[in-house]
Design a protein around this ligand. Structure first.
Ligand code: AHR
Length: 634
């Protein structure tokens, strides 16, 4: 027997309760969400020719007639100095460059692609023949571009593809004779999110929008910190003109395994402006996380001296001005110049990612004090390090209240059993202390980041069970997000991940659908759901949470059955009309080891049915290993 009391709303569920954690890991940004199809478009990788081939291969190496060289235009563009110089002396011979994309370029038949480059013609007459080749080396679209004048200019053309192929390449041939300089060679689908030129991959943003997330945390994760302080994420270097954004190697470039040199860079084409814009598009509160002056503590002990923290403090203050300041302020003016005069309504930011120890608390104290002195209403997120228990965690729990921490970020990457056992974690948390942001969590079916570590149903179901406890404690838990968010099926560094994609398609894991069901059915206030006067916290494998949605006047009940047996439930809801209707959204899967894949993306997906209830009473069956959401009109 389960009793739900819809007559007494208990605590408010924050609109930020279910959100997104975005980090550029697993090629989530470049080669993923950021729809640029050319890898190393401005030749700034450590090896400038990485991802590029000279054409024709055999002839160009010792050819002094037709040459491709790289030179440093450091005066012209100090952030992005390398430029390709094309010396074409023999008009009759072919000369060109080929880009391999991110393990191939995903191209769709009938779609239009925007090619562009920055170029100047120093002498002679050279035009560009741009071709897309499929994996059989057949040309499936091309365009010819002419160059005028010796000033840097953006040349652009549109290519319509006649074939679909995930592994295309692009050729850029230089026709005629003379000398030209070329940089920022770029190819984007026109069919991006909201059709924005140079924008984001539509299918991936759509998956995020469908979650209806309360917030988006960005840009990480460890990339906030960097392996060294120099390699930390510096938001100021990610705004303004794309060609002036200075690239750095990604912290998740893994020891160059199987590769001659690093090939995972951050071009910052997806920078802070684009993150803010995406948040606005999908109705999510932006939550930027900033470096606190400590490099990733897993990689190094490099830290900014306390007396030299000013640039870090200033970065935080300027970011608030960039997001919220008037267009008459320095950073607000830049936002306007980039196309968004209205403020982005930044309300919260994080100081440090997953940092710990005295060195964190000292730096956090200085930065948070300065932020609140100027912007008292900005909510600050603090970290507790990588563990959700143990010495470091206890230290954070002790020290953070002394620093008036407001919302504290806890991370847990644990086995599924831990999630089932910890649905009561926040039941006894101190109500007078800070609020909780469960900022990174995911059940691990095997070792973290191993190929065997799958997004299987046991993990997703255990997370569903755990989330009942977070929702029940919505007066303490203000925010939650699964991590990591994205992974390319062939280029990942971490498992499991919420959404997987290849060069053409994408899919949500079972965990994604659990997140979606929670975020789409949060409700506005919790209500009691009990069996024999007790919360449903795992007895006989049964977990439950309930809420009301005061806007739609509905009762929402979430029930999770983690046991191998079906459960018959005699449900009694007080506060319902005599005859009411609603819907049931179900996730049921017999095999706990099953998971969705890129070729079978719909093995575990929710299904919907209707329900009618008389006098608030009904009998329900929860199948073995099932998660159900009931939305019933009051
Ligand atoms: O989500 C992957 C990594 O896990 C994050 O970058 C970091 O914060 C945590 O250690």
């Amino acid at each position: 027997k389960v009793e739900v009391d819809a007559t007494k709303p208990l605590v408010t569920i924050q609109p930020t309760m279910y959100g997104i954690f975005f980090e550029d890991i697993n090629f989530a940004a470049d080669g993923g969400l950021y729809a640029e199809l050319i890898k190393n478009r401005s030749f700034e990788f450590e090896y400038p020719w990485m991802a590029w081939k000279h054409l024709p291969e055999a002839e160009t190496r010792f050819n002094t007639q037709n040459e491709l060289t790289i030179y440093n235009n450091s005066k012209g563009n100090p952030n992005n100095p390398r430029v390709v110089r094309v010396d074409k002396r023999d008009e009759k011979k072919s000369l060109g460059l080929q880009n391999e994309g991110f393990d191939g370029i995903g191209i769709k038949k009938g779609e239009k692609y925007d090619f562009s480059a920055l170029a100047r013609l120093n002498r002679g007459s050279i035009s560009l023949l741009v071709e897309i080749l499929n994996s059989k080396d057949q040309v499936i679209g091309s365009t010819v571009l002419n160059l005028l004048g010796s000033n840097w200019q953006k040349i652009e053309g549109v290519i319509t593809a006649t074939d679909t192929d995930p592994k295309c390449k692009i050729n850029v041939f230089f026709k005629g004779a003379g000398q030209l300089d070329i940089d920022m060679i770029s190819l984007f689908p026109q069919d991006t999110w909201k059709g924005r030129k140079g924008g984001l991959r539509k299918d991936l943003v759509q998956l995020l929008a469908d979650l209806k997330p309360g917030f988006v945390r960005f840009p990480g994760g460890c990339i906030v910190e960097g392996r060294t302080l120099a390699e930390r994420y510096q938001w100021k270097k990610t705004v303004g003109k794309i060609e002036n954004r200075q690239q750095i190697v990604n912290r998740w470039n893994m020891e160059f395994k199987h590769r001659p040199a690093p090939d995972y860079y951050q071009t910052f084409g997806l920078g802070f402006f684009e993150y803010f814009l995406m948040c606005e598009d999908i109705g999510a509160t932006p939550l930027p996380i900033l470096s606190c002056g400590l490099a990733c503590q897993f990689n190094s002990s490099e830290m900014q001296p306390l007396e030299e923290l000013d640039p870090f403090v200033q970065d935080a203050l300027d970011l608030i001005e960039f997001a919220n300041g008037g267009t008459d302020t320095k950073w607000g003016a830049l936002r306007a110049e980039m196309g968004h005069p209205a403020p982005f309504n930044l309300q919260m930011l994080g100081v440090g990612n997953e940092q710990w120890g005295e060195e964190y608390f000292e730096r956090y104290a200085i930065i948070s004090k300065a932020i609140h002195a100027k912007y008292p209403n900005i909510k600050i997120i603090s970290g507790t390090g990588p563990a959700s228990d143990g010495e470091l965690f206890e230290q954070a729990e002790k020290e953070l209240p002394k620093l008036n921490a407001q919302i504290v970020d806890e991370h847990y990457y644990k086995e599924p059993q831990w999630f089932r056992d910890n649905a009561t974690r926040y039941d006894n948390y101190d109500r007078n202390r800070y609020k909780i942001f469960a900022g990174e969590y995911a059940a691990q079916s095997s070792a973290v980041a191993s190929p065997e570590n799958k997004n299987n149903w046991e993990c997703a179901l255990s997370e569903a069970a755990y989330l009942t406890g977070l929702e029940r404690n919505a007066d303490v838990v203000y925010m939650t997000s699964y991590a990591p968010l994205f992974a390319h099926v062939n280029r990942w560094q971490w498992t499991p991940d919420l959404i997987w994609f290849d060069n053409l398609t994408s899919f949500g894991t079972a965990n994604y659908f659990v997140q979606k069901l929670y975020a789409n059915n949060a409700g506005t206030k919790t209500i009691g759901i009990k069996s024999n006067g007790q919360n449903l916290t795992g007895k006989d494998g049964l977990y439950g949470a309930a809420s009301v949605d005061e806007k739609s006047n509905e009762v929402i009940i979430k029930l999770v059955n983690t046991s191998a047996d079906a459960q018959r439930i005699d449900l009694n809801i007080s506060g319902l009309g005599v005859k009411t209707n609603g819907k049931v959204i179900s996730m049921v899967e017999k095999d706990l080891k099953n998971y969705n894949t890129i070729t079978e993306p719909s093995k575990i997906v929710p299904t919907e049915s209707v329900i009618s209830i008389e006098k608030g009473k009904t009998m329900l069956t929860l199948e073995p290993y099932s998660f159900k959401v009931y939305r019933i009109k009051k």
